[in-house]
Design a protein. Structure first.
Length: 331
């Protein structure tokens, strides 16, 4: 359990991801970068800058990783903020925990580059990355394994990517991981239908609505590429397994539970992991919150295929074959 002071510090840091229209966009982005940027990456993770599909990306590689597994991480930031630099520390932890390379794109941000610019960017990156991995794996007859991961508003963009993917791409996605996802920006969301002010320690319904308006026009809020909770059943057919982590104190919880229920109704795999007393994106405040470490350990167990309900009592002998490897440099 976090102490009062640690919780207060975590909330203060995590609030930086919540955009207030009264603040200049560039100032908002700068504050995120300053608070979350890590000059030295943890766990001896190595970083390489690559261009995939015309989009500059970070490729983060831990000392040990499964050669066929790649995580494609789409960062949050209320649609208008976030960057590779701000997410290097967190995504380096994910790379180490999940024994894989992590690719983080510097996609275009609203309001200057509104919908669908970010979706176009992540699609270009994924297709280019997929082609490269498929060629590399063809030498050893292995099929590449992709993990699509995202947080906050980035989850809307990640789901749009997945809804647009053809079967040949979807079949190579082992897992979809969402941290505190924004799943419904339309008026049908319970977020916008409460008579009381709907807010938690980090977010408010007004904030989400304002950010949605910067991302796209109001009549587009019901588009499943914006609000994936409203996706038609046929768009979700053959969808990869989904694993969601969120805090029990989040105003997003009702929409997230509705998303889980939709998947289960359609016979699709969706595992919701709610951490009581935790706030939005608590995993990114691990210097203050013990539960952040435990949550990422549990994610590691899920990705490795271990029963997450009993992960603390099991060993990691059944991890995928790992190799001590350096990233291939560009020709």
């Amino acid at each position: 359990m976090a102490t009062y002071d640690n919780r207060k510090a975590a909330v203060k840091k995590l609030k930086l991801f919540s955009y207030n229209p009264k603040v200049n966009v560039n100032v908002f982005r700068q504050r995120i970068d300053e608070a979350f940027y890590t000059p030295i990456l943890p766990n001896n993770v190595e970083r390489q800058e690559r261009n995939y599909g015309g989009v500059i990306c970070d490729v983060l590689a831990p000392e040990l990783y499964s050669s066929k597994r790649v995580m494609f991480y789409i960062h949050g930031g209320s649609f208008v903020g976030g960057s590779r630099a701000a997410y290097r520390g967190f995504c380096s932890v994910l790379a180490n925990k999940c024994f894989c390379r992590v690719v983080v794109p510097e996609y275009r941000l609203a309001p200057v580059n509104a919908f669908p610019a970010s979706i176009e960017d992540v699609q270009s990156v994924f297709r280019s990355l997929f082609t490269e991995e498929q060629i590399d794996r063809s030498l050893d007859s292995e099929v590449p394994e992709f993990i699509i991961a995202a947080d906050g508003a980035g989850a809307s963009i990640a789901m749009a990517l997945l809804l647009n993917l053809k079967d040949k791409f979807r079949k190579c996605i082992k897992k979809v991981v969402l941290f505190s996802p924004w799943l419904n920006l339309s008026k049908s969301s319970v977020l916008f239908n409460s008579k009381k002010k709907n807010c938690d320690e980090i977010l408010s319904s007004d904030l989400i609505q304002n950010c949605a308006s910067l991302y796209t026009y109001e009549s587009n809020f019901e588009n499943p590429l914006v609000s994936p909770l409203l996706a038609a059943n046929n768009l979700l057919e053959g969808f990869p397994p989904v694993y969601i982590q969120c805090g029990g104190k989040e105003i997003l919880l009702s929409d997230i539970k509705a998303f889980e229920a939709l998947f289960k109704q359609l016979g699709l795999e969706c595992r919701l992991d709610v951490w009581p007393e935790m706030m939005h994106l608590f995993q990114m405040a691990d210097e203050y919150l013990d539960d952040a470490h435990k949550a990422l350990d549990k994610l590691s167990a899920v990705i490795s295929g271990i029963d997450s309900e009993n992960f603390e009592r099991q060993t990691y002998e059944n991890k995928p074959c790992l190799e001590n490897s350096l990233l291939r440099t560009e020709a």
